[in-house]
Design a binder for this molecule. Sequence first.
Ligand SMILES: Nc1ncnc2c1ncn2[C@@H]1O[C@H](COP(=O)(O)OP(=O)(O)OP(=O)(O)O)[C@@H](O)[C@H]1O
Ligand SMILES: [Mg+2]
Length: 157
Amino acid sequence: MGPAHFFVVIFMDVYESRTIKDTFFLAGTLAKILKGGEVIAMSGSLGSGKTTFTQALAANLNFKQNLNSPTFTIMKIYSRSGPYKIKKICHVDAYRLNNSAEIMGIGIIDYLGKENTITIIEWAEKVSDILPADALWINFEINSAGLRTLKTNWPLT
Ligand SMILES: Nc1ncnc2c1ncn2[C@@H]1O[C@H](COP(=O)(O)OP(=O)(O)OP(=O)(O)O)[C@@H](O)[C@H]1O
Ligand SMILES: [Mg+2]
């Protein structure tokens, strides 16, 4: 892959989150539309709420495992059996990566876009060149007053 990649996401919808409860509600609206195979690409600054949203999404999908931040492990897989369409969550934190080859090297391709799997990527802008065109992007921002804004490239609610 060449060194230059254009990364253009058109964020259409804007939501506010003042509390973790608000984030839980927004993640709940997303959980309802997921069928398996989706890639959720999260961008935004340090501490803006990406891991919190991921945890809220997993909880809304009724995953019982507690997801923690995969900053050091880069990629974590959560699996479940039973009568669920969505059987796996692949949670990636690309913060420490320099390029997408590194995430390919640890096997993300086994999960990315796979049926029955939801892939959630923090710092997705760092690996945007390997993400599908239909990835669901969420940009997180936090202002000095602590107000969090989530912008998406599809209508969340
Ligand atoms: N909507 C919210 N309202 C209030 N506090 C929040 C909200 N979302 C996240 N937080 C708090 O902000 C802190 C950072 O959140 P989180 O770890 O989810 O951010 P992050 O974007 O994943 O950070 P990083 O860039 O380090 O991965 C945590 O203490 C979390 O509890
Ligand atoms: Mg995080």
